[in-house]
Design a protein around this ligand. Structure first.
Ligand code: BG6
Length: 482
């Protein structure tokens, strides 16, 4: 296709940035908050990098005014953040905690004061531990009602002020790491049957929350955020091209098709049936998923990297191996599913210190695929570079590598828009530095540097990085200077 020139981003485009409660708030036991699955999990030796926790995180709980004032200074149009379920319902259900409601109300009001559109993620991985103790959390379908009740509480409390709702952040990631690789709570390994059933429960919770939002008269926009890793076939060898197709069905369309069409991809479902891993899906469930699919307003995309697919023989690599959580380049292993695909590195792309490929065109590919397959508007709910940043003696952070990364991704996003994709928002990950679930505080993503290391005790003071001023200018010029 003819090379497109990037022109102005659309009128009202939401230039944004994102965060998640557990990764920024701290205040883990304050004002009646309940204990979450993550509060427990991080205390298991060996689970997180240097045993880091979100107990204090970057203390956003106490410094949200300072952080939102920085967002206003930058000119941010939207701020995506998540609500911690255990602040609203310390036990996951039952009595609402007024202090929790008040905290997020304050955040929303603070955003609105500066004309920043709040974008609320209802679930970004921190689950009240009480529900895990009661019935096994996402493993039980009982959770669907509790999640919907929690979501309705948020719709009721904030519905008049919040116009953008994300039901779930990266369902594909928290379930994979929770039930396949044991790296997230509940730390189960290779439990494929439960993995697919858990996912079905999450889909049902998502669908019922979307329908509840509409029943309650919600006129804002609602959808889910998917961690989309688009794939390229290694070459034109037919079995490698088929491995890409299989990968897409099992790793991408398995989620996006349910959100957008309300049904699972057929070949993947047949494969899982043969393996004995397919979830139990009733006729009623199918109706509900379809009804909700007709109501979603956008596909949320968290994009970090693309991957390559190559046929993987039956005696080939498995899905389980070392993941790079240290920032020591080259320590990640090639993984895959025997008999289907494996994901070797892409020789055309550079990688980050955590071995994630850097591929701006992949972001455009995501938008194009979603537009042609689902014809839905898109919210880029996360995109960013995790890197080691250094603060100089005069308190400057020269993160030109992050500027390069974001600029190149935004250029490709601009092309996707030119090519016909309807993109509503672009949120970088992240606004301030924050806790990376498994990689500690040393893997930094923010525009704002936070003075803290893995150990507690530093000042937690905020410093604007070079990328802060760069993004400020991009917003001011609506992307014309990219
Ligand atoms: C996404 C999550 O997976 O990527 C974020 O939604 C996360 O919560 C981000 O922090 C970056 O991942 P990581 O592992 O580098 O922190």
């Amino acid at each position: 296709m003819e090379e497109m020139k990037v022109t102005k981003f659309p009128e009202g485009f939401l230039w944004g940035s994102a965060s998640a409660a557990y990764q920024i708030e701290g205040g883990w036991r304050e004002d009646g908050k309940g204990i979450t699955n993550w509060d427990q999990f991080v205390r298991i030796p060996g689970k997180t990098y240097k045993a880091t926790t979100g107990d204090v995180a970057v203390d956003h709980y106490h410094r949200y005014k300072e952080d939102i004032a920085l967002m206003a200074e930058m000119g941010l149009k939207t701020y995506r953040f998540s609500v911690s379920w255990a602040r609203i319902y310390p036990e996951g259900r039952g009595e609402v905690n007024p202090k929790g409601i008040e905290f997020y109300e304050n955040i929303i009001d603070e955003c609105l004061k500066y004309g920043i559109e709040p974008m609320v993620t209802i679930y970004h991985w921190d689950l009240p531990q009480a529900l895990v103790d009661l019935y096994g959390g996402w493993e039980s379908e009982e959770i669907i009602e509790d999640y919907v009740n929690y979501a309705k509480t948020l719709f009721k409390a904030y519905g008049s002020k919040v116009k953008y709702w994300i039901t779930f952040n990266e369902q594909n990631i928290f379930t994979s790491l929770g039930w396949l690789t044991a790296q997230h709570p509940p730390g189960k390994f290779d439990d494929q049957k439960t993995f697919y059933q858990v996912n079905h429960h999450v889909f049902m919770a998502h669908a019922k929350a979307v329908l509840a939002y509409r029943e309650m008269g919600g006129t804002g926009k609602i959808g889910a955020s998917f961690a989309y890793t688009p794939s390229y076939a290694l070459d034109c060898k037919p079995e490698n091209v088929m491995s890409k197709h299989d990968y897409d069905e099992l790793k991408n369309f398995w989620w996006m098709d349910v959100y957008a069409y309300g049904r699972y991809p057929k070949a993947a479902m047949n494969y899982l049936r043969k393996k004995g891993f397919a979830p139990v899906v009733t006729k009623d469930d199918q109706k509900i998923l379809k009804a909700a699919a007709a109501e979603i307003d956008f596909m949320g995309v968290n994009y970090y990297q693309s991957c390559v697919c190559e046929y993987n023989p039956m005696d080939g690599v498995t899905p389980y191996g070392t993941m790079n959580t240290t920032g020591v380049k080259g320590s990640a292993q090639v993984l895959g599913v025997p008999g289907i695909y494996k994901n070797p590195g892409n020789p055309y792309l550079m990688t980050t210190d955590w071995d994630w490929s850097i591929d701006p065109v992949g972001l455009r590919y995501c938008c194009r695929e979603i537009t042609s397959r689902y014809d839905l508007p898109i919210i880029i709910s996360e995109n960013g570079l995790g890197a080691f940043d250094k603060k100089t003696e005069d308190h400057k952070i020269h993160d030109e590598y992050r500027i390069d990364y974001l600029r190149e991704h935004l250029k490709e996003l601009g092309k996707a828009i030119e090519e016909g994709c309807e993109v509503l928002a672009y949120c970088t990950w992240s606004f301030t530095d924050l806790l990376s679930w498994l990689n500690g505080y040393q893997k930094r993503y923010g525009f704002v540097y936070v003075d803290r290391e893995e150990e507690e005790g530093a000042t937690l003071d905020r410093y604007k990085k070079d990328s802060f001023y760069w993004y400020q200018d991009v917003i001011k010029q609506d992307g014309e200077n990219l």
